[in-house]
Design a protein around this ligand. Sequence first.
Ligand code: ADP
Length: 373
Amino acid sequence: MARDRLISTQRRGDDERVDTALRPRNLRELIGQRSLMERLHIAMEAAKGRGEPLEHILLDGPPGLGKTTLAHVIAKEMTGKGPRIASGPSLAKQADLMALLTTLETGDVLFIDEIHRLPRIVEEFLYPAMEDFRVDFTIEGGMSGRVVNFALKRFTLIGATTRAGMLTGAMRDRFGHSFHFEFYTTEELTEILRGSSKRLGVESREGALSEIALRSRGTPRVANRLLKRVRDYAQVRADGVLTSVVVAKALEIQQVDDLGLDELDRAFLTALVRTYSGGPAGIEALAATMGQERDTLEDLVEPYLLQIGFVIRTRAGRQATLRGCAHLGLPFHEPAVAERGSVVAGIFRGSRVDQAELYSEENLGGDESGSAV
Ligand code: ADP
């Protein structure tokens, strides 16, 4: 069920078509990510001014925030054509990458999605390609292989990852630019939805799109998906026009609440509060209690619950906050004495949580998996 969620940030089967149809085509159409955009703009103008290809770029951030979209836009702006596309898991052997690299022209953009999932042997093969634009390729044959040195054209690699922490230092160091994607504000998502409804030919009344934006988990992919479901509802149960009431009803049927939480989010918080007295609880323990994969919880549930301050991560494990408990009508358990007075206790009572604070060393600490069961 986790992967089929309406509010999943992960790309699903039907998203490919929608993503492509609704994808902004140039820098002007891209909304939000202001600080990233400014730095990117400068880098692109500077490279163009020098008549050089862009340095390699690393894009990191949760799924659905626009990494693939940005890679397409950069390639188009720099070369007038789209990027060559691959993904970490699809490049199983050196030869797979070799086939791509040797066909690149000067300035071409190679986009590798999920670059943290490149097999180590392929990753190491990529290093000299990134750094010196050459590869040492082993041709199998006879008793032993023969190593041939190939010179490559100067290309730009754009790597995207949802798990920057899983990249090796050696890989990270080979990117000239590194851009981190933040979740979008409700206003930015409303703006994105305005563009999407225009493209889909959907009519809406004042306030309807911001109601969808509020439930979109800071993620354009979710916003576009919810828009399509609301459009279906409006067509069948109303006169086709989106209003705040139509949005609320349509998403109530889909069991998405007014903050964009669904059954899986509620199950996570409920397990944390009911089984572990609010925490701290290790992610493995929670996954076992819920009968879910650890990765599912880490990729698809936690980021948003952390973002809205419903859960925090401490050295000892995941803890439910007062805000999270209040939203679901669950009893709130005070954090352990040791945590009181710390930044953690402050966050417990805070309203909206500052991401920088949440992801600070102090809060993330080491991984507590398996502890506090
Ligand atoms: P990621 O690669 O990070 O998983 P995508 O680039 O596939 O995300 O984005 C998913 C969809 O969200 C895109 O097809 C596009 O419709 C929309 N989108 C993403 N970022 C933006 C943006 N900045 N402005 C408008 N739409 C966006």
